[in-house]
Design a protein around this ligand. Structure first.
Ligand code: A3P
Length: 287
């Protein structure tokens, strides 16, 4: 099936039609934030599920009950996805935790008025591409990637779900200083998970003991998350997500692009990256 069969466009970017019917996108657009809401923002395949595991445990002071009993998609729900409108989010106690894959300029009006706290997680785009390539073979609501080179061109052109990685990243790096955005790198989480958990706790004003930080980081290790049915997508039927092809929690490493891209493809990626990022000053963990 093609993009025309499986995707619709929301303000210019592709979204999987099945997960984002028009009334859900309307729910997203009309959503009212509270100042103490916490929003996890990612481009797909950048560490969303990982952060959905960490943040609720930081908020609960290290209590794992929520992550052990509630699937990630209801625990830190995507505001633009079909379940958001039926979860009674208006009644949830503060601080509420949400996710979105949308670019900064596609945030609902209330975001700009209320300015809830945002944790923006970013990842080496070559690994994002690699993860998305494998995931697209697994999920029935995504267009099959086909040949690596063809999918690479679509990715670099932003003709994939949630649009261009470059535009996404730049939009969230350019958030106003009056907004409260913590930028975190997947590679930083790989390198020093405890450090990132502590950083998130500081940002969310949730002081944690070093024991609590240690326990959260331990539970959020790849090997442990793989065993959590509330986070490993094993609750999703195989017709929707066929994990016999690729596990959702697939490799969980930095640099796996080396196993997918040819030298020419990597060179082409780097050239496009250099051009598109030439005005960006930020020092990235993957550079
Ligand atoms: P890979 O496909 O490279 O393994 P998202 O949740 O945004 O869809 O991102 C999924 C990617 O994050 C997958 O990457 C997945 O394995 C990785 N991931 C999830 N939890 C992780 C963890 N605890 N440690 C390392 N990587 C993790």
């Amino acid at each position: 099936m093609t993009e025309a069969d499986l995707y619709t466009r929301y303000r210019g970017v592709y979204v999987p039609a099945e997960l984002h019917p028009p009334h859900c996108l309307k729910f997203y657009e009309d959503f009212t934030f509270r100042p103490d809401d916490i929003l996890v923002v990612t481009y797909p395949k950048s560490g969303t599920t990982w952060t959905q595991e960490i943040v609720p445990q930081v908020v609960s002071g290290g209590d794992p009950t929520l992550v052990e009993t509630v699937p990630n998609w209801d625990r830190v729900p995507w505001l633009e996805e079909n379940r958001a409108s039926i979860l009674g989010l208006e009644e949830r106690p503060s601080p509420r935790t949400f996710t979105t894959h949308f670019r900064h300029d596609l945030m609902p009006a209330s975001y700009f008025q209320v300015k809830p706290k945002v944790i923006y997680v970013m990842r080496n785009p070559k690994d994002v591409f690699t993860s998305l390539y494998h995931y697209s073979q697994t999920a029935s609501f995504l267009v099959n990637p086909g040949a690596t080179g063809d999918f690479l061109q679509k990715f670099l052109d932003g003709e994939v779900l949630f649009g261009s990685w470059f535009d996404h990243l730049k939009s969230w790096l350019d958030a106003e200083p009056t907004e409260r955005v913590l930028h975190v790198a997947y590679e930083g989480m790989i390198k020093d998970l405890k450090g990132v958990v502590a950083e998130m706790a500081g940002f969310l004003e949730k002081p944690l003991s070093s024991e609590a930080i240690e326990m959260i980081a331990e539970r959020c290790l790849f090997k442990n998350m793989k065993k959590n049915p509330m986070s490993n997508y094993s609750l999703v039927p195989a017709e929707i997500m066929d994990q016999s092809k690729n596990a959702f929690l697939r490799k969980g490493i930095a640099g796996d692009w080396k196993n997918l891209l040819t030298a020419e493809q990597a060179e082409h990626f780097d050239a496009v990256y250099k051009e598109k990022m030439k005005d960006v000053q930020y020092k990235f963990a993957w550079d």
